[in-house]
Design a protein around this ligand. Sequence first.
Ligand code: NAD
Length: 484
Amino acid sequence: MVSRVIPVDAFDLVIFGGTGDLAKRKILPGLYRRFLQGQMTEDSRIIGAARADLDDAGFRQMVAEAIEEFVPENRRDAAVIAAFLEKISYISIDALGVTGWDRLKAAVRPDMVRAFYFSVAPSLFGDIAERLHTHGIAHAESRIVVEKPFGRDLASAKALNAVLAKHFNEAQIYRIDHYLGKETVQNLMAVRFANILFEPLWKAEYVDHVQITVAETVSVEGRGAYYDKSGAMRDMVQNHMMQLLCLIAMEPPYHFDPDAVRDEKLKVIRALSPVQPDDIVRGQYRAGNGEGGYLEHCEDANSKTESYIALKTTVSNWRWQGTPFYLRTGKRLRARASEIAITFKQPPHAIFDNESGWHENVLVIRLQPDEGMNLMVMIKEPGPGGMRMMQVPLDMSFAEALGDEAEDVPDAYERLIMDVIRGNQTLFMRGDEVESAWAWTDPIIQGWEARGDKPQAYDAGSSGPEDALMLMHRDGRRWREIKK
Ligand code: NAD
């Protein structure tokens, strides 16, 4: 069922921050899986570059342990792991100094795709870009991959873009938003643009509203001090949720081409209306079930940072006039569940006497935990008793549809890294998209800061603060239940 794996060109991939958490959890295990699948070829090389004083053997040992921990047992093959480790080397490098750069220059090979993954703090991006340039390590075809957070407001995002633009042009810069690498998210585009079924209905005339939910059960414990400088708006809404909103609201691009897709997404961000204070609810989880609350986890008893946010916005263009988009995300909620739900309007005239109440058609796109799609349709309740309506799901779970092979579907990071090697920027954020997203976000944050708004407390394991329910109720709507 899973389509044939097409190997990518041979590459040299340098991972700055190769000993860091992200490299261990995602990047290196992901590359192993692509090697196992035959997509990363024998003549490709991975170079870990970080501050730690390690040799090749020490780094390989670390990579082997990361594979052991983060790759499922039925995908761990000792011979393949050994072959994969042979492709890996390590250079101890100082992003701020002179150590290691000459060795790196000697290690990269001519005539190979050359990519540099900046899996380090954004404050190091400029120094690394500068040194790659001055040491002649990056060439005109080289690519760089950068991680979130991409700025914390418009000014810092602009500064970061400017730092990178000094040495790399936009076609060389891959800003990762791993949500865009998810199978379902790409399927959203397939469903919209490869079928005639939905597109005629994909507009305010037929869509009552859209809900986007990213609910997590985890707290911020352990990284509270970091999270407290960010909050749910910066950490989730400005990037991941904004990207999801764009894919739902965008016009069909003329072609599935990186800039054509990103042009259309940009138009959506620019069309987003400012959010009114009454249309925002912020929350902080309180202590419960023997666990600490947000204020203990973030180590600031007076913190006003939100661990939950719900808001209502609109896309001010012809297609979406009158259709609200409701977004919510938070920590320590009832369940880990991310989904997009598109609720269609009711038919204009009811021909059935319906005792059980009319239900809407809803298209649900699940991102986690179980990726798939669900279309809620009305049918007749089976059996005698007249024409009573009931709502049933037309369910498509990817795991069920693909069976065992679902495990070989690349995860978001793997897919995106392969896209970097292929030179395909479709699923990466362009600099102007990131800046426009901040231009929308900044006044919202500045607004609550100027008003001195405090987030409302909510119980761990709940669906969020009470007022978030009211945000929907007052419009005669309700949130979908947060469940696995
Ligand atoms: P980390 O602190 O675990 O690792 C940082 C890495 O940077 C280490 O390998 C360290 O050796 C290296 N480093 C630090 N200073 C250096 C210097 N002067 N010269 C050379 N190397 C240096 O960080 P992380 O969690 O792996 O995150 C890396 C980046 O990815 C950050 O920007 C982070 O915001 C982003 N990110 C991380 C995650 C995640 O899940 N960990 C998710 C999304 C984005």
